[in-house]
Design a protein around this ligand. Structure first.
Ligand SMILES: [Zn+2]
Ligand SMILES: [Zn+2]
Ligand SMILES: [Zn+2]
Ligand SMILES: [Zn+2]
Length: 379
């Protein structure tokens, strides 16, 4: 995804080690690999085009961007058929010949566009805000265009989000490592790749990002945000022990930085508990939730999504904890019935969380019935 390996032998180099090609900045573990790559690896042909594109990392980003836009446009093809871009008013982009996308919450005939047109717009508006010193709020609002639809104000999702991740990264990759836009772009790229379901690739970007931020001495706040994303990727690729370790870390970091009543601390506790649950360490999850759930209910309120998720996780520990009694399962059922009611009222019946709690509740009710029935059976 990012170029973290020797171009010839794939030895891991991170983001800064190795020997660079003097013309195009392609990186190698040493001079042998560089010579071999020039003579037999085709670098004699590629060196010039890579240099022309602005260096190895930029060349790679351009290539990945084109692939991601193609995937996004294909995924949207049915939805975008017969429509035109609201920026350039064409169906096919004049230069790239790419198709249209729509990956937000726009409905009807609104919101169809080319990723390239939206990216160009975001780039120009952001540069303008910086040049004219429009202030932090304006700059933040314009940065949002990289991940949020300006019409419906909803974030892009799935493969469209991934295409914007690459669009943003290829726009700012050529800047110095400490440039704010470049730093934010790398995070956006990791999120985008993850949104497209490529968790192994997302993990590689997130690990590189985190080690770079540590090297540059970034704030604890920023490090915690990145660690939180990293843990999700670990979890998604099945590296659950590592996910747990990072989430435990994030939780104690949040406690130290923000205190137990901060929303970010409560979210971190929730993530930590769900990691414990996924490793069947229900006892530890239960004691963590007994401590943090009352805080969530008091501070965030009964209608908050994190409170609901926490109560659901707590019901899970009651149901599946070692030596769970019939009373435990009964308490779990009551808890889930309450959370399902609240979720339905606040978010509606079709909202993913409502649907998930509902299907989980059916399972727990069945488990309760099985345990309440006399085991001997017969007349
Ligand atoms: Zn090598
Ligand atoms: Zn070269
Ligand atoms: Zn367009
Ligand atoms: Zn939209």
């Amino acid at each position: 995804m990012l170029l973290t390996q020797c171009a010839a032998c794939a030895t891991e180099l991170g983001l800064s080690l190795g020997k660079k090609c003097g013309r195009c900045s392609t990186r190698y573990c040493g001079p042998e690999c560089q010579v071999q790559h020039w003579r037999e690896g085709g670098h004699d042909q590629l060196c010039k085009p890579i240099k022309r594109a602005g260096g190895a990392e930029k060349y790679n980003a351009n290539k990945r961007y084109t692939e991601a836009v193609t995937v996004a446009a294909e995924a949207c093809a049915e939805d975008t058929s017969g429509q035109t871009c609201y920026i350039c008013t064409q169906a096919l982009h004049w230069k790239t010949r790419e198709g249209l996308v729509r990956g937000c919450s726009c409905r009807g005939t609104a919101g169809f566009a080319h990723v390239s047109c939206l990216a160009e717009q975001a780039k120009i508006l952001l540069a303008e805000a910086k040049e004219n010193n429009l202030g932090e709020d304006a700059i933040n609002a314009r940065w949002r265009q990289w991940h949020t639809c300006g019409l419906c104000k909803q974030s892009y999702h799935g493969v469209v989000q991934c295409a914007f991740g690459w669009a943003c990264w290829k726009t700012y990759v050529g800047r110095p490592e400490t440039d704010t836009c470049r730093l934010l772009a790398m995070t956006l790229l990791g999120n985008g790749i993850s949104a497209a379901g490529h968790y192994e690739d997302a993990l590689a970007v997130e690990e590189a990002n985190l080690s770079m931020r540590r090297r540059l001495g970034d704030s604890e706040e920023n490090i915690l945000v990145l660690q939180c994303n990293l843990a999700t990727s670990y979890h998604m690729v099945g590296r659950r022990e590592e996910a747990l370790r990072v989430r435990q870390n994030v939780y104690s970091g949040r406690l130290r930085l923000d205190g137990e009543e901060h929303q970010m601390t409560i979210r971190a506790a929730n993530n930590y508990a769900s990691s414990l649950n996924s490793l069947k360490r229900h006892g530890e999850a239960k004691s963590l939730l007994l401590k943090t759930m009352p805080v969530a209910r008091r501070v965030l309120g009964e209608n908050d999504i994190h409170t609901l998720k926490m109560r659901w996780a707590y019901a899970h520990t009651l149901c599946y904890g070692e030596g769970a009694t019939v009373d435990d399962v009964r308490e779990a059922t009551t808890t889930l019935e309450e959370t399902e009611r609240v979720a339905r009222r606040v978010f509606g019946g079709a909202y993913p969380l409502t649907v998930q709690i509902e299907s989980y509740l059916r399972k727990v009710r069945a488990a309760l019935r099985a345990r309440e029935e006399p085991s001997s059976g017969g007349p």
